[in-house]
Design a protein around this ligand. Structure first.
Ligand code: SF4
Length: 438
């Protein structure tokens, strides 16, 4: 029997998909890339913001067609969409046979093997979902990159964010399990280990670990020589100096700091429920650049948050102009009735929010091209990812994370995907670089 799985959303969701596929393959199922050939189709969904909800629903409806035009007998929807919208989405999508919430991902084999006797919608408490162990089998979606989940859930309560409701409280994974998983990935030839969670820099604090994230880094670097280790999804008020120093100390840890700020205006941060100030952020990024010169800074910002004034936006604009981030993602506030921020006064008109989004993106485009031009003439270590066309390969440097940042185009005829190469940068654009082998 064959199954096809589509994974939507973030890297953490991708890991859940890989773990579900691992247990299904262990149960004897065969994975097919062709939904038309699949007896069972699974969509692991995202519902973080409105565009993600729309993408999930469109994907489900698209794949539901294979129940008519293909061999598909059952369509199963898992993850954040059913977890967020519960019975409402069950009524809205009669095409779907089974819904599994984020707390029921470990029931996927039962659901697939006995769909007729399985309940239509299973939404147990996500806090009760067992964490991955070192023996959890995953079907990896990449031959040379592996995301490693170091914690689940979030115990913060940013007023615009639904994640704590979808994923439960913050729970750090067992240190030894993470290191064992990293070791098994390195033995499988992985060249980049990417540590992820909703808030990676809080790792170990819920377990009163003495060394937490810096200790985890030390253990992973011991087993991953010649393998990049990257950290994503940090948090401004939980990143310790010890973590910054550990990242700066080890050659194989990418000096790449992904720290979403969301905003800098005191009033907006307060309404967002984020407990730091603009000056805290100035001090943090200054300290990071002092301890790790040449590091890359990535952040995200939300514009159009309820109550955001022109003055608030100017503060954010000036801050971005000052810091000159290497990478900036700008989101327009996505309202929804199930968010605390929905009840805040003074919602910002969509066109105003769009104008602010475009102004910040255009500022960042100028900053980004200037930042990239400083690499012209330098030889950088690049992880070659794939051949794009004759004499052209695509890769990434330590300051280019997968999926979210730019890439490096490499003029060459004889490179190996999944290997590192020394690349001389010959040109630079807003987001991407061009280079050649040396
Ligand atoms: S820290 Fe991140 S995941 Fe947690 S509530 Fe805030 S935005 Fe959501």
């Amino acid at each position: 029997m064959k199954l096809h799985l589509v994974s939507l959303g973030c890297a953490k969701n991708l890991i859940d998909s890989e773990v579900m596929l691992g247990s299904l393959v262990n149960a004897g199922w065969v994975i097919t890339d062709d939904p038309a050939k699949a007896d069972i189709i699974i969509v692991n969904t995202c519902s973080f913001i409105e565009p993600a909800v729309n993408e999930s629903i469109d994907t489900i409806l698209e794949l539901a067609k294979f129940k008519k035009n293909g061999v598909c007998q059952h369509l199963i929807v898992t993850g954040c969409l059913p977890e967020r919208f519960r019975e409402k989405i069950v009524r809205a999508l009669p095409e779907v046979d089974i819904f599994l919430g984020t707390g029921a991902l470990d029931r996927i084999v039962h659901a697939v093997e006995d769909p007729l006797n399985f309940s239509k919608c299973l939404l147990p408490d996500p806090n009760l979902l067992a964490m991955q162990t070192k023996d959890t089998h995953r079907v990896r979606s990449s031959s040379h990159i592996a995301y490693i989940k170091i914690a689940e859930g979030c115990s913060r309560h940013c007023t615009y964010c639904i994640i704590p409701k979808l994923r439960g409280k913050y729970r750090s994974r067992n240190h030894a399990d993470i290191v064992a998983e990293a070791r098994s990935m390195v033995l499988l030839g992985i060249k980049e280990l990417i540590l992820v969670a909703q808030d990676t820099t809080s790792y170990g604090k819920d377990l009163n670990m003495s060394v937490g994230l810096s200790g985890l880094f030390e253990s992973i670097t011991e087993i991953s020589e010649n393998v990049w280790v990257r950290l994503l999804y940090g948090h401004p008020d939980s990143i310790d100096e010890s973590v910054i120093k550990t990242i700066a100390k080890h050659d194989n840890i990418c000096t790449y700091f992904d720290i979403p700020i969301q905003h800098v205006s005191g009033t907006v941060l307060k309404r967002m429920g984020r407990k730091y100030t603009r000056d805290d952020l100035y001090r943090l990024f200054e300290k990071i650049r002092e301890i790790a010169p040449g590091c890359a800074l990535r952040t995200t910002a939300i514009v159009g948050f309820p109550g955001e004034t022109d003055k608030d936006f100017k503060e954010l604009f000036d801050f971005v102009e000052d810091i000159c981030f290497d990478h900036l993602g700008v989101f327009i506030y996505s309202d929804s009735e199930d968010l605390p921020s929905h009840r805040l006064a003074h919602h910002v008109p969509k066109n105003t929010a769009k104008k602010r989004h475009d102004r910040l993106m255009s500022l960042q485009a100028d900053i980004s091209v200037k930042n990239n031009q400083k690499y012209i003439g330098r030889v950088l270590q690049v992880l070659v990812e794939k051949k794009s066309e004759d004499n052209m390969f695509i890769g990434r440097t330590y300051f280019q994370a997968p999926e979210v940042d730019g890439i490096t185009y490499i003029n060459s005829s004889q490179l190996k995907p999944g290997k590192f190469a020394g690349i001389k940068i010959t040109d630079a654009f807003e987001y991407d670089l061009v280079g050649k082998t040396v």
